[in-house]
Design a protein around this ligand. Structure first.
Ligand SMILES: Nc1nc2c(ncn2[C@@H]2O[C@H](COP(=O)(O)OP(=O)(O)OP(=O)(O)O)[C@@H](O)[C@H]2O)c(=O)[nH]1
Ligand SMILES: [Mg+2]
Length: 300
């Protein structure tokens, strides 16, 4: 059989997490219209009888490091590239600029087979503009393939899979059991669902000042002694300042209620069980500069 690790890399907001979700047929990774939604790598696994694709969704490549969170993000991208057998560089249907050139320099250093996928082609009316974009990219780097796709319309995804398969190494046995869809603990996926709703519901600096941790997750099937009829989840939403706490909660608690309902519904859909979700908001000043706090977000 064939199998291996495929890192999906690219600038923020190009659709990497959306692509991972479509590839594994499950909404695992947080998606939002705001850049820098993804903060840590997420491994999603797609199994065939004769192949195992392990996709790595990565954070968007940031231009400048401002704090420890930015540094952690860059380390995540480096780790994903290191782990990968094949890379997918995901871009938007635009001519490459300076920023893209820098990313391509990074690719040159890795020497790993790389496929360029040009996403969001549903946004362009005249498909002829794709030609010069493809031509420009092909002059910059020896991409193994250049594939226009639309994750939104599920257009070109099968072609991408077919091409990726060619570059996967041969394997004696799969890396993961076939019932495993991700290596990310459920608590972290749940925390990210809540954070995704923060990205969708709040503006300005709020999403970037927010971190979420699931403190308790009690499934009555595993803990009958708790005498609960729903999965009980307690999560803490961390913000950097008191004023942000007020914004998250909203007048009369209206806003956090909306956040809780949206998050709960999605968690219920994912785990297929009724959920009781309790949200707390805490101020943790300058958490983006606190390395050990940031590490704790990506463990357990
Ligand atoms: N029109 C269109 N929008 C898309 C497509 N794929 C993704 N998007 C949208 O692009 C935005 C960003 O998507 P994400 O999947 O969060 O992008 P990302 O690359 O993971 O972003 P970061 O995690 O911030 O690096 C979302 O609003 C998606 O709905 C597509 O094929 N067409
Ligand atoms: Mg993402």
């Amino acid at each position: 059989m064939k199998g291996g690790y495929i890192a999906i890399i690219g600038r923020p907001n190009v659709g990497k997490s959306s692509l991972l979700n479509v590839l594994v047929n499950e909404k695992l990774s947080a998606v939002s219209p705001k850049p820098q939604t993804t903060r840590f790598n997420l491994y999603g696994i797609l199994n065939y009888e004769d192949a195992q694709f392990i996709f790595i969704d990565t954070p968007g490549i940031i231009k400048k490091v401002h704090d420890k969170l930015d540094k952690a993000i860059l380390d995540e991208i480096k780790n994903a590239i290191f782990d990968a057998d094949v890379l997918v560089l995901l871009v938007e249907p635009k001519l490459p600029d300076e920023e893209d050139l820098k990313i391509i320099e990074l690719l040159k250093a890795t020497k790993k087979p790389t496929i360029l996928a040009i996403n969001k082609i549903d946004l362009i009316k005249d498909k002829r503009i794709l030609l010069p974009i493809m031509e420009n990219y092909s002059k910059l780097f020896e991409f193994k393939e250049i594939i226009p796709i639309s994750v939104l319309m599920r257009d070109g995804i099968d072609i991408l899979l077919e091409q990726l398969r060619k570059y996967l190494p041969n394997l004696e046995a799969p890396y993961y059991d076939e019932d495993i869809i991700t290596t990310k603990p459920l608590r972290q996926i749940v925390a990210d669902i809540i954070r995704e709703k923060v990205y969708l519901l709040y503006k300005d600096e709020i999403p970037y000042a927010t971190a979420v941790k699931v403190e308790e997750y009690i499934d009555p099937e595993e803990h009958p002694e708790e005498k609960r009829d729903k999965v009980y989840i307690r999560a803490i939403i961390y913000v950097e300042k008191d004023s942000q706490k007020g914004i998250i909660i909203g007048e009369g608690g209206k806003k956090i209620k909306e956040l809780g309902t949206k998050a709960r519904k999605e968690i219920e859909r994912l785990i297929n069980k009724p959920v009781y979700l309790e949200l707390w908001v805490k101020v943790r000043e300058h958490w983006r500069r606190d390395e050990s706090f940031i590490k704790s977000l990506n463990s357990i």
